[in-house]
Design a protein around this ligand. Structure first.
Ligand code: ADE
Ligand code: ZN
Length: 327
């Protein structure tokens, strides 16, 4: 079974979190940005725990200054994903890192990012759509600015609105204004929940209007909630490698992904921030094959579930399903 070549659909990938360390280091040198505390001696990102990971993540984004930096970054990230069989990616992109969530600046950055994605599609056959993301620990007022950027640029390419960042700060409901604004603009909703906090956080995400949940895995300790997720068809964007590296679960064999899938929850699999966790979509698949015995048919079913959960238009979805079924 050649897992690398199997067609894959990735729904949970943070643009800045996918930046190769060498890319960030080179830009840092070009722009003379101090990156101390970001890299280990062997050149990889270095962090101790989740909060430290967020610190390093944000420090690395300091080198991403111009729209052209984001164009180059998206092109590099999509080329890498395509080399692991990914045919479609929904990427979290953050106005906060693109000119401080100013709408005029955001439009310029967005234009450059779309250009990078178009080039990657022509060269590598991978499609991308964007999910504008606010950052929870920056607070509800800053989130409103990101939501405004999202609402004003909603369309065929910006298809969703979401929230990442530190789940231990505040409550999902603090961001209701932003999520309502995005929904009114026609955007589909996802939010990180149940990565660190328990089942109540997942319930709060549903109350916020999320159709998909970033991680959501901590629902597994609440059988009633699991039943509710199945009944609602709520999709979980599960990132096993991320969860194990950040210490949400001690090992893949103790991760609830397989149990949730067996219970009928619509699970999808993504990498989150691959170079931070030394992962790729291929390594995620290899882990699932080895630990849970997932085979080629199961991976193709996973890709179909992911394509059906994508926030893209119906024609794009049909094209993805055709590519998966051609396998
Ligand atoms: N931003 C990037 N990766 C994240 C994660 N795993 N959780 C929350 N916010 C993030
Ligand atoms: Zn994430």
């Amino acid at each position: 079974m050649n897992l690398q070549q199997l067609p894959k659909v990735e729904l949970h990938l943070h643009l800045e979190g996918a930046a190769p360390p060498a890319f960030i280091r080179r830009l840092g040198q070009e722009k003379d940005v101090n990156l101390s505390g970001v890299f280990s001696e062997d050149g990889n990102y270095i962090f101790n725990d989740f909060v430290d990971f967020l610190r390093v993540y944000e420090a690395a984004t300091e080198v991403l200054k111009s729209p052209d930096d984001f164009r180059r970054l998206i092109e590099a990230v999509l080329a890498e994903s395509a080399s692991h069989g990914v045919i479609y990616t929904e990427m979290f992109i953050s106005p906060d890192f693109c000119g401080g969530a100013d709408l005029g600046a955001w439009r310029e950055y967005l234009h450059a990012m779309q250009d990078g994605a178009e080039r990657a599609e022509v060269e590598h056959g991978i499609k991308m759509r964007g999910i504008v993301t606010c950052i929870r620990h920056m607070g509800p007022d800053q989130a409103k600015k990101a939501a405004h950027c999202a609402a004003e640029t909603a369309g065929d390419w910006i298809v969703g609105f979401g929230m990442g960042g530190d789940e231990n700060v505040g409550h999902q409901s603090d961001y209701a204004y932003s999520f309502d604004m995005a929904k009114e603009a026609g955007l589909r909703l996802t939010t990180h929940a149940g990565e660190w906090r328990g089942p109540q956080e997942v319930r709060d995400a549903i109350a916020l209007g999320a159709e998909r949940i970033g991680h959501g895995v901590r629902c597994a300790s609440d059988p009633e909630l699991v039943k509710e997720l199945v009944a609602r068809g709520t999709v979980l964007e599960v990132c096993p490698g991320s969860n194990v590296t950040l210490g949400v679960y001690p090992s893949l064999s103790e991760h609830p992904l397989h149990r949730l899938a067996e219970a009928g929850v619509a699970v999808t699999v993504s990498t989150d921030d691959p170079p931070f966790f030394h992962s790729t979509m291929t390594s995620e698949y290899e882990g699932l094959a080895k630990t849970f015995g997932w085979d080629e048919e199961r991976f193709l079913e996973l890709a179909r579930t992911s394509a059906n959960a994508a926030f893209c238009d119906v024609d794009t979805r049909a094209e993805l399903l055709k590519r998966i079924d051609a396998q």
